[in-house]
Design a protein around this ligand. Structure first.
Ligand SMILES: Nc1ncnc2c1ncn2[C@@H]1O[C@H](COP(=O)(O)OP(=O)(O)OP(=O)(O)O)[C@@H](O)[C@H]1O
Length: 590
């Protein structure tokens, strides 16, 4: 577990604020200054009006007042710019740091975590939740502090410079407005929650549909899919209409209450002006303060909403950060290259939450430089061997050895640097073929890249693409055939040139001639190195030094191809079945 993740587990927000306290304090000081001087404006405006009322007004005094107003505007602009740079800038920085840390944390989590979580949900953490936290720490925090200062100073000036009674009378509707905003806001949030849930469902459906578009078309499922989508879409419409019905109440209520304040101000304030209790200038200043108060109060609902969503999202993120990486290095983990001897000793492994072991009492030693074939029916445990060798799952002590050292003693980096895997489900990045082969590591020469593709029998295909190795692959490599994708994936493993190579059913989409060609290449290129070929096809493993036939997680038969044929067991049966099919296929081809 990295120190960073440990820190984040304690309190993400407090850690960030304390790390950036200087910028926060500077920002808050300028925010306070900007809001405070802003509230001087109405008072000076009032004074100026009162001065102008006098026919023999002092011209210089008026110019001085106008100059003051210009200075206030200038400093308000300047201080607002400065606090925004610090406070909003910090919120942006927090968003970025949070997303990077989350991404790093995702990289440490086990495959088990990913099988349990939906992609759409994980995306929501990285996008919606991080954004919600940023909005509450940035604009919402700024608006509330700014609003509190503006309201407090405005009310103070109204009370002290204009009239105590008039102030109390005109601000009477404000607590009612706040109460109603909070009440309606709660309802809006509930309805917004429903809209968000439906939005998640719609995103998941679109994502699944695009991902499985071939299956949808092949099974003529388009109409059913459209119907299902329409049902969801109308649910979303209903939820939105319900939300709009409630939220539409908010603005008229706020405007109505403030209109009441202005009417009260006009009636009683006007009367006070006429009876000479307050000046016209003070009356103008009073109304300007009233208008200034209006903006932060109107945004209370939005700010509360931002905070609530921010707090909820922060909680969700903290929960995710609290999930410990289930696989990590021990304190004194061995760093370095593994030469390639593998040994399974009485290994029994069950996937988390599963009763039946995927591998049971497995005993197998693979000497460095040997090529081993693993064959077996679907679900017999072949891929589980790969998962354990790459330490994607934890294995108990004393069950799996690499170069006669327990796998648990190695660092994850050493294990994964020493093993190249060509997985069953080929995954290519939407980048150039070259970047895919190099795994984005710019450490290989063009000659090495070319050689790797020749070993994998994909060179000719790539050379025929107009942009050659620079051809950009579509998402998941859609512009390549299944067999081409597999061969690019093999080239990626070949160039890594690790001590151990695992081909997990990696030749299933290539024809038998290409399969033989690739396997022949491997025989020369990987002479001194360990290779594990997992396959359903006997043709892929028949030349291996030893073949292991797995059945229900146990070794059922083992030996060379010849020995297993002579034994006349299950392997021989599969061989006979596959040879017959092959012969039939050849006859049909003729
Ligand atoms: N993540 C998982 N969680 C729970 N059970 C799993 C998981 N992965 C595999 N299994 C189970 O473990 C057993 C062995 O699976 P494994 O993937 O190793 O089989 P396989 O021989 O590679 O099959 P195939 O030839 O179809 O790829 C199966 O019963 C499977 O259902």
């Amino acid at each position: 577990m990295t120190q960073q993740v440990k820190n984040l587990k304690n309190n993400i927000l407090l850690n960030f604020v304390s790390e950036n306290k200087i910028t926060y304090l500077t920002g808050l000081t300028f925010m306070f200054l900007a809001s405070s001087i802003q509230t001087l404006f109405p008072k000076i405006l009032g004074n100026t009006i009162d001065l102008l009322k006098d026919e023999a007004y002092d011209r210089n005094r008026i110019l001085w007042e106008i100059g003051l107003m210009l200075l206030i505007s200038l400093f308000t602009f300047l201080f607002t710019y400065i606090w925004r740079m610090f406070i909003i800038g910090n919120a942006r920085k927090f968003e970025c740091t949070l997303r990077e840390d989350l991404y790093k944390h995702f990289q440490t989590l086990s495959p088990e975590f990913y099988t349990k979580r939906k992609t759409g949900d994980l995306l929501a953490y990285a996008i919606n939740d991080v954004l919600a936290v940023r909005m509450s720490l940035g604009p919402a925090a700024a608006q509330s502090i700014n609003g509190i200062v503006i309201c407090a100073s405005s009310i103070y000036f109204m009370l002290t410079s204009v009239d105590f009674r008039l102030t109390l009378l005109t601000i009477t509707p404000i607590p009612i407005v706040i109460f109603l905003i909070i009440l309606i806001g709660k309802k809006i949030r509930l309805r917004f929650g429903t809209v968000q849930d439906l939005f998640g469902e719609i995103s998941d459906r679109i994502q699944e549909n695009i991902y499985g578009i071939r299956v949808v078309k092949a099974y003529v499922q388009e109409d059913q899919e459209i119907d299902k989508f329409q049902v969801l879409s109308s649910k979303m419409l209903d939820a939105n209409i319900k939300m709009v019905k409630t939220s539409s109440l908010l603005t008229p209520i706020i405007e109505g209450c403030f209109s009441l304040s202005f009417v009260l101000s006009l009636v009683f304030g006007g009367h006070m002006v006429l009876s000479g209790q307050i000046s016209v200038g003070n009356f103008v200043a009073f109304n300007t303060y009233l208008a200034m108060i209006m903006t932060p109060i109107v945004s209370i609902g939005r700010v509360i909403n931002f905070f609530q969503r921010g707090v909820a999202s922060l909680k969700r993120l903290e929960e995710i950060f609290r999930i410990p990486p289930s696989i990590f290095d021990s304190e004194a983990a061995i760093q370095g290259n593994i030469e390639g001897t593998i040994e399974f000793k009485n290994l029994t492994f069950s996937y988390p939450g599963m009763k039946k072991p995927a591998l049971e009492n497995l005993n197998l030693k693979i000497e460095k430089g040997k090529t081993i074939g693993v064959i077996g029916k679907t679900g017999s445990g072949k891929t589980t061997i790969t998962n354990l060798l790459l330490k994607l799952y934890n294995v108990g002590p004393g069950q799996l050895y690499l170069d006669n050292i327990d796998i648990n003693e190695y660092s994850l980096e050493s294990i994964r640097n020493s093993i190249s895997l060509v997985p069953q489900d080929t995954f290519l990045f939407s980048a150039s073929i070259k970047d895919n082969i190099m795994s984005f590591k710019n450490i290989y020469s063009d000659d090495e890249i070319e050689a790797a593709t020749k070993y994998s029998s994909i060179y000719e295909n790539i050379a025929n693409f107009p942009s050659g190795f620079d051809t950009i692959l579509g998402e998941r490599g859609v512009n390549l055939s299944g067999g081409q994708k597999q061969r690019v994936s093999i080239a990626r493993a070949v160039i890594k040139n690790s001590s151990i190579l695992i081909l997990d059913d990696a030749l299933s989409a290539v024809d038998s001639v290409t399969e033989t060609h690739i396997l022949n290449n491997f025989r020369t290129y990987r002479k001194e190195k360990t290779t594990l070929i997992i396959s359903h096809r006997i043709s892929a493993v028949s030349d291996c030094d030893e073949i292991v036939l797995l059945h229900n997680g146990k070794i059922y038969e083992r030996g060379t191809h010849q020995e297993l044929i002579e034994k006349g067991g299950l392997y021989d049966e599969i061989y006979a079945e596959q040879s017959e099919k092959h012969t039939e296929h050849c006859r049909e081809c003729q």
